[in-house]
Design a binder for this molecule. Structure first.
Ligand code: ZN
Ligand code: ZN
Length: 183
C-alpha cells in the first residue's frame, strides 16, 4: 500500500488562486476574428478559468456616437450583464470611450460580473505577438476589476492603469504579489 500523500497544491502562480473556479463567458460584440477570441480563451484557461465562447452579438447601431466614431463602453457592460455566466467579458473591435476619457482599452464593474475590452487600439505598431500580449493584459486587468481589484501603482503589475500602449507594453501579464494577496 502506498503511503498517504498530501494532495498537491494547484499551480501556485499569480492569477491561479481565485477562491472558486470561475466560469467565464467571452462575448464577441460585433465582428471579432475567431482566432483572436480563441487565443484569449486559451490564455485565460491557462490561468485557471473555465472559459466558454458565446455567439457573437450585434451592437445596437443607435448606441454609436457618430461625432466621436466610438461607442460608449457601458453599452457593452450592459450587453455582458444580460448574458448567462458567472463572469462575462465582452470583446470588441470597436473603439470605446467612457466618462471624460478620450478612449478606454476596457471597462469593468468592480466588483461585478461584466467587463469589456476593445482590441481597436491594441494593433497599433504591433506584430501578432505584441497584439496578443496586449489583449491578454487588458483582459486580465478588467477581470481583476470584476474581482474587486483597484489600480496598482506598480507599473509592472497588470492592474496598473494604462493611459497608453507604452503603459500596456510595460506591464506583465499577471498581478503583482500585493494584488495577488488581495484576491
Ligand atoms: Zn483599470
Ligand atoms: Zn499590483
Amino acid at each position: 500500500m502506498p503511503a498517504a500523500r498530501t494532495i498537491a497544491a494547484p499551480a501556485d502562480r499569480p492569477g491561479t488562486r481565485q477562491k472558486k473556479p470561475v466560469m467565464l463567458v467571452l462575448l464577441p460584440c460585433g465582428p471579432v476574428e475567431r482566432e483572436d477570441v480563441d487565443f484569449l480563451m486559451g490564455a485565460l484557461s491557462a490561468r485557471g478559468m473555465k472559459v466558454v465562447i458565446a455567439v457573437e452579438r450585434k451592437v445596437p447601431t443607435a448606441t454609436f456616437n457618430v461625432a466621436r466614431r466610438q461607442y460608449r463602453a457601458d453599452v457593452f457592460l450592459n450587453m455582458a450583464q444580460n448574458e448567462p455566466g458567472d463572469q462575462v467579458l465582452a470583446v470588441t473591435n470597436y473603439d470605446l470611450y467612457s466618462g471624460g476619457l478620450n478612449f478606454v482599452f476596457g471597462l469593468a464593474e468592480s466588483p461585478g460580473k461584466s467587463a469589456v475590452i476593445s482590441l481597436f487600439r491594441l494593433r497599433r505598431g504591433a506584430n501578432e505577438e505584441t497584439f496578443r500580449c496586449r489583449a491578454v493584459k487588458e483582459a486580465v486587468h478588467e477581470l481583476g476589476h470584476t474581482w474587486g481589484l483597484s489600480h496598482c501603482q506598480n507599473p509592472r503589475c497588470v492592474m496598473h492603469f494604462s493611459n497608453s500602449l507604452e503603459d500596456t507594453d510595460r506591464k506583465e501579464m499577471d498581478w503583482c504579489e500585493r494584488c495577488d494577496r488581495k484576491l
